[in-house]
Ligand binder design. Sequence first.
Ligand SMILES: [Zn+2]
Length: 318
Amino acid sequence: MISLGSASAAPGEVDTGRLEVGETRDGTTVGLPCAVVNGASDGKTLYLQAASDGDELNGVGVIQRLFPQLDPTELSGQILIVGIVNYHAFQVAQHRNPIDDTKMNRAYPGDENGTSSERIAAATFGAARRADLILDLHQGSTSQMIDEVRVRCGRHHRLHSECLQLAKTFGCGYVLDQKGPDGQLARAAPDEGIPTVDPELGGCVGWDEESIQKGVRGVYNVLKGYGFIDGSVETERQTRAKGFDQYGAPTGGLVRFKKSLGEQVSAGDVVFEITDVFGGLKARVTADNTGIFWRSRRLPQVATGEYVCSVGTGIDTF
Ligand SMILES: [Zn+2]
């Protein structure tokens, strides 16, 4: 028997339930939707979570499509799933937990006596640390972003090559290999010896079917590549960025992009222009460095200094 919250399953069975983490303001129990898939034969344990940021729904879409297809009688090992991590943010379709105005992915490994986000982090980290591999499904919030996988442990971490291999096996085509900020699950779990990556499944308001399908394929690649299910993975060369150049607006106005997502950028190329309401050119912004057009704001209107886009830099392949 394995269990997670109120979900428990014997070998060859699945179950869904709730992982309790305190109460809402009206005293209702907060129960994160969770599931266990207990394979008929032994193997590794995969931990999968989604909606750590409450407006990032593509990961929920992945789990929704994936879970009904999983056959525990064909599975070696176990899968532990938390389908919605940032419960309070999800309720109000926001990025951050409104109870403590915190980004969940700065609160790991969490504190079971701490703030709302720290308690949720502690509860989910308790599940995550039982695993041999961790996938923390994210996306570029509601901005527009390529589909990529993030390795956040840092290039000098003892688990770096294992995290990189997990990113390659997931196989979105692009990898960001850059040490993340403190409090990320993909920082805290490798410190416990567990290879962990953040698949970043595009960026949209609501669901993007193409990114969701890439996510489903990525999880299946991991299940095949690490022996959970039969089949082999044809890993492809991944394009890796080691950092970002972020560009802000030098003036207020309306942004017109000169590059599209995934396009090569050479130093000196025009990345975007800013025009006034009547179409008059106000500014033309060129790239500082060579790279790949990685992420951009969704709305065209900007104030001076406001975020416009990011170019992935330090590009190579592996
Ligand atoms: Zn996120």
